[in-house]
Design a binder for this molecule. Structure first.
Ligand SMILES: [Zn+2]
Length: 145
């Protein structure tokens, strides 16, 4: 009896109190995930490009360096242009994802995280587990952003 009582106390002590909406625990976990993803995305963007000087939230792929002086080798130039176009495409995807992640973190701060921006219903936990940055419920996942 005493032992059982102690176990219950330990189990309770290990769990932070949920927020009033009952999602406090999950939100903390999503926040951790989102922060980690944001850091990763920013790291990848740093490798790929640079922040646009006028707008720190915008990123652009760094254009290929052309060698100063002399005729550039046409093959090398073509490769560089291709690489640049690819980098720009990848960079665009990363930036899009980063803005979703940043927006989701903003919703956590403002207390609106986890509600569908179209119908205002609670977003399914499964969906948030799959994509913590989801801004809509499963029913509205194809809505334009
Ligand atoms: Zn919805």
């Amino acid at each position: 009896m005493t032992e059982q009582f102690t176990n219950i106390c330990q189990a309770r002590a290990g769990q932070p109190r949920p927020a009033s909406n009952g999602m406090g625990n999950e939100i903390e976990q999503f926040k951790v995930k989102l922060r980690a993803e944001k850091e990763k995305l920013e790291g990848e963007l740093t490798l790929l490009g640079r922040r646009t000087p006028n707008n720190p939230n915008d990123w652009e792929a760094v254009p290929p360096e052309t060698e100063a002086g002399g005729e550039p080798d046409p093959n090398v130039t073509a490769d560089m242009v291709e690489g640049f176009e690819e980098a720009t495409a990848v960079e665009g995807e990363l930036e899009q994802r980063l803005s979703e992640v940043t927006a989701a973190l903003g919703r956590i701060e403002s207390g609106t995280y986890g509600t569908c921006k179209v119908c205002q219903n609670q977003i399914e936990t499964d969906r948030l587990n799959a994509n913590p940055a989801a801004a809509t419920c499963i029913g509205h996942k194809n809505e334009p952003r």
